[in-house]
Write a protein that binds this ligand. Structure first.
Ligand code: MN
Length: 270
């Protein structure tokens, strides 16, 4: 297969262009297609699905550890997808992979995650995409198992199209290969942070705050991403862009909300 026959794979992350996980992912995906790296120039974790509208975006060529080059930008992970698809990659992008994130993206983390949002942006553009994270904040992380699974899934996604408006969110336990208890297709679980606000007093006597907190560990539901990771299984969650609360839909109708009659006020001219 010549280079021009190989699919273009756009790789980004939210930990920044210099993150070890990004390069591990790039190296692994080199076996699957032509990899193009477009990533934020600094850590952008928990940037969610934000995009940059009020300042110019810049793109700089960056040398990667293997001597190849990628591109860094002052934008967010979502911006990286727009820049990659619409300008940096010459030709069609066949797949977007975001990661390998340092730290889990489980349960309600998905709404904060820049890693997952980059894959969402790709899904909005109709490009197959997945986000991949190693589910640990330890300093001592091996990306080998995660990178290997990412290449396996990438090849699979290039063969099998996803349904519309769908992406995949992958979390891999930070364990050696022989301690991984298989792969589980999961649903998004619940993951709450307790004690999220740490209020302190500065030397001038004024309050300041740190957001953060401890993750709830009890009551893990079977079949969820959080449970799979707790059991050292690789978690694969299909995620849909439709955030509609279908269960509440009929309930809201019953309340009679739709019977509202708009009444303008002559004074305000409405
Ligand atoms: Mn991150």
């Amino acid at each position: 297969m010549t280079d021009s026959d190989r699919p273009n794979i756009l790789v980004t992350n939210d930990d920044g262009i210099h993150a070890e996980g990004l390069f591990a992912l790039k190296t692994s995906l080199d076996r699957v297609g032509n990899v193009h790296v477009v990533a934020p120039d600094r850590p952008r974790s928990a940037s969610s699905h934000s995009i940059t509208l009020h300042k110019p975006l810049r793109v700089s060529k960056v040398r990667l550890p293997d001597g190849s080059h990628g591109y860094s930008t002052n934008g967010t992970p979502s911006d990286c997808i727009s820049l990659g698809v619409m300008d940096v990659v010459d030709g069609k992008v066949g797949l977007v992979v975001s990661g390998i994130n340092w730290g889990p993206n489980l349960g309600w983390d998905l709404t904060y995650s820049g890693t997952v949002s980059a894959a969402m942006e790709a899904a909005i553009l109709g490009i197959p995409a997945f986000a991949v994270s190693v589910a640990s904040y330890e300093e001592d992380i091996s990306f080998d198992v995660t990178a290997g699974f990412a290449a396996y899934l990438a090849a699979m996604l290039l063969e099998h199209p996803l349904p519309p408006d769908t992406l995949i969110n992958v979390n891999v336990p930070n364990q050696p290969a022989d301690c991984i208890n298989g792969v589980e297709i999961t649903r998004q679980g619940r993951r709450r942070y307790f004690g999220k606000l740490d209020k302190r007093i500065d030397p001038m006597g004024r309050a300041y705050y740190w957001l953060g907190g401890d993750v709830q560990t009890e009551e893990l539901e079977e079949g969820t991403d959080v449970k799979a990771i707790a059991c050292d299984r690789i978690s694969v969650t299909p995620v849909h862009l439709d955030l509609t609360g279908h269960v509440a839909f009929e309930e809201l109708r019953k309340w009679g909300i739709e019977e509202f009659q708009p009444a303008g006020s002559p004074q305000t001219g409405r």
